[in-house]
Ligand binder design. Structure first.
Ligand code: PAF
Length: 284
């Protein structure tokens, strides 16, 4: 099965492959850190629908992990990933290594100011610098028209949209909806860290969303009241809240009033695992 998928593990080969694709062909690109799940596969499916060529990258980018984070333990299984991708229409998998992506003497970084220091950036101050640098490098190598990204990483999409705009890349982000387990837990490669009890407690992120929506649809208009009820529910399930914020979906600025379309962003530690999730709410 694996033999039928083209795996490219050097930048030189990726560039050669890319240069053979006609300019009239749309390239859809799905950058990932591997350990693929249905969320990633939904991005591949979307690319298959809209693009002539689909390229997936698998690379656990070390520079987006903080010093005390989970780079060493981050789940990896390339054979499983390739088996999964074989079932889709993937033209090439780019699987580079650290030596090539960050050779000795590497000095160049891409940083999107302001947006990178909000929310997740408060507890992960170097994270988005690592993300924007690697995605910038990948765009330069793959030169895709479309970049498929899951809305679970809502802030990541906002940061990368700004980077693409500011650096004049000829690439467009196609945000795709969050994919959830049947009970509502947002899919994430990090869910693999959760033990049975933590997996049950992790559901509190989704339950807090349902609670918030119910409160708001029943007429509650005070953001602090909604957040404090969400916090209580999550704390009762042993969740340690990093943040819950109601923001403008375009600028990511904090919203003071429950009016129009808002995005509610949240990050919660369940045990040692930091999970993120978000949802949209519209009040007319
Ligand atoms: O969302 C991810 O998996 C990563 O942040 C990305 C975009 C592949 C960059 O390493």
């Amino acid at each position: 099965m694996k033999d039928s998928i083209r795996v490219i593990d050097s930048i030189q080969e990726m560039r050669e492959y890319r240069s053979l694709i006609y300019e009239t062909k749309n390239i859809g690109f799905v950058p990932t850190m591997g350990y693929l799940h249905e969320g990633h596969l939904s991005l591949v499916e979307q690319s298959n629908k809209e693009s002539d060529i689909t390229i997936v990258s698998i690379y656990v980018n070390p520079t987006q992990f903080g010093e005390n984070e989970d780079l060493q333990t981050y789940p990896r299984d390339i054979d499983r990933d390739l088996d999964l991708l074989c079932k889709y229409n993937v033209d090439a998998v780019f699987y580079p290594n650290n030596k090539e992506m960050y050779p000795e003497g590497y000095l160049t970084w891409v940083e999107v100011e302001k947006l990178s220091s909000l929310y997740c950036g408060r507890s992960r101050p170097t994270h988005f610098k690592g993300v924007s640098t690697i995605v910038s490098k990948l765009i330069n190598i793959v030169r895709p028209l479309y970049l498929y990204m899951g809305e679970k990483d809502f802030q990541q999409i906002a940061v990368l949209k700004k980077m693409i705009e500011d650096l004049n890349y000829d690439t467009y982000i196609r945000p795709c909806p969050i994919v959830r387990e049947i009970d509502g837990l947002a899919l994430s490669s990090r869910n693999a860290y959760l033990n049975e009890k933590e997996r049950r407690n992790a559901l509190s992120l989704y339950e807090a969303q349902i609670l918030a929506k119910e409160m708001i649809y029943k007429g509650e208009r005070n953001i602090d009241t909604v957040i404090s009820k969400m916090r209580k529910l999550i704390n009762e399930k042993d969740g340690r809240i990093d943040y819950i914020e109601f923001v403008d979906p375009h600028t990511l600025e904090l919203k003071a009033d429950l009016i129009g379309t808002l995005r509610v962003l949240m990050a919660v530690y369940i045990g040692k695992t930091r999970l993120i999730d978000n949802f949209e709410i519209t009040i007319n």
